[in-house]
Design a protein around this ligand. Sequence first.
Ligand code: FAD
Length: 515
Amino acid sequence: MLRHLNEIEVWDIIVIGGGASGLGTALDAASRGFKTLLLEQNDFAKGTSSRSTKLVHGGVRYLQQGDISLVLEALRERGLMLQNAPHLVRNLSFIIPNYEWWGGPFYTIGLKMYDMMAGKLGLGPSKNLSFEETIKSIPTLVKDGLRGGVVYQDGQFDDARMAISLALTCADYGGTVLNYMEVKGLMKDKDDLIEGVVVRDIENDKKYRLKAKAVINATGVWADRVMQMDNPDAKDMIRPSQGVHLVLDKSFLQSSHAIMIPQTSDGRVLFAVPWYNRVIVGTTDTLVNHADLEPRALDEEIEFILETAGKYLNKVPTRKDVKSIFAGLRPLAAPQGDEKPTKEISRHHKVLISLSGLITLIGGKWTTYRKMGEDAVDKAILLAGLPERKSITENLMIHSYSVNSSLDDPNSVYGSDLNSMEAIALESKKYKGLLSEDLQISKAQLIWAVREEMARTVEDFLARRTRALFLDARESIKICETVAQMMADELGYNSRWAKGQVKQYKELAKGYYLE
Ligand SMILES: Cc1cc2nc3c(=O)[nH]c(=O)nc-3n(C[C@H](O)[C@H](O)[C@H](O)COP(=O)(O)OP(=O)(O)OC[C@H]3O[C@@H](n4cnc5c(N)ncnc54)[C@H](O)[C@@H]3O)c2cc1C
């Protein structure tokens, strides 16, 4: 991938940012045959895109808010995501427990609309549940005051694995995708129009000046920073708001269904979702002043989630039950003047173009990554005078597409690559066996991640190629030394590198468990 930087004089499209938005854009561009380069300052999905609730959804709550066009678009994209990546996305049923006399009919009507709007890409009908059926589906729900429930269908995925698969698909189509490459500035021509980027290779401090016909800023909550590289006087558009999730043992849910609480005491939606043999509970909405790459949960957010979950679950979770805790940042519209920063940037994405031609893609959600990419590339074609070529991502199969994967198997994310990944164990005794019995992570997965998935650090492997850090932070620390040594051997680094990695990883992982 690095070699391509010297081989190509002028890229058609350079995308800054390797989260859902940037990867969706780069894949759309590469699959239309454009010379495409994606630059990510850290690892793919290091930002918000590995910290979501992991739902592929139309957004029932936007329906409640009357945002019909957003729900229609997301429902369509939900269906396409399942169609194009059946090894990465699964159908999941959600139960809204009903503790209010009016709740049943209210949600039944709303969800019937939701089903209808999904059309032929629907995942199955919603229906009313009696008290008995609700408890049979989720035995751990608080029974006191429960009247029944409503069940509806949405999708679920592994966000970071989807990101890695998008990067691989982009490469399959001839795109160049690089992690650990930070864009430090923008290059402009004599007419003050953008003609490329200045980038630093974080691993060796090498600088590159790369030319492009179009530059797309897809840096999520960091979008202001890049817009200010273009125009130092540009006002901040984004104020980050933090969303926290806690990961608990599956005994708190004891069900293959998820729970959806439409309105918590602070007016948010709360989910308890089964994921890889654990339960994810969240989320919160807390304004923060700074977009940190490693946002940290606040004590009050942790207490809020534990307390709210405790109102609905008969086994009340406490701090010591938390296996992992992670925070992500969503963009809110920054206040202008004295305005209060309460309004969320609409979940409708926007493609902005500056006077010097910087294209910025903001908003949206994971579920709509494909459409966001398509819209951004359409604008780039117009702006840069690239040849008109239609997007082909609507029916484009994602890397290692397979309909034969059993989604109960955590390794289904490898799709048609599964056999090749597992075959690594046959190469040598040292690649045989598991790194973690509890998380079912194998040594072969590690070698595969280094060779095939651009894993460069211990964190890349434990946080995003596998989800160890997000599933059980303490367990991930137990295996980090072996991971570091095996990675060092595979990458040709010495034991000093391995020691440094272990130190860095342990420091990072401290933020993912509670003392
Ligand atoms: C708590 C929470 C829960 C959510 N749950 C869901 C859900 O269940 N379903 C759903 O559909 N959506 C969900 N979303 C929304 C979804 O996660 C986001 O819309 C999406 O991940 C944003 O992707 P992005 O690529 O725009 O941003 P990011 O993923 O943040 O990517 C931006 C990238 O740009 C990189 N970058 C920044 N500056 C530079 C630079 N100078 N040079 C190079 N790279 C740079 C960053 O390192 C980062 O990796 C959720 C969001 C939050 C906060």
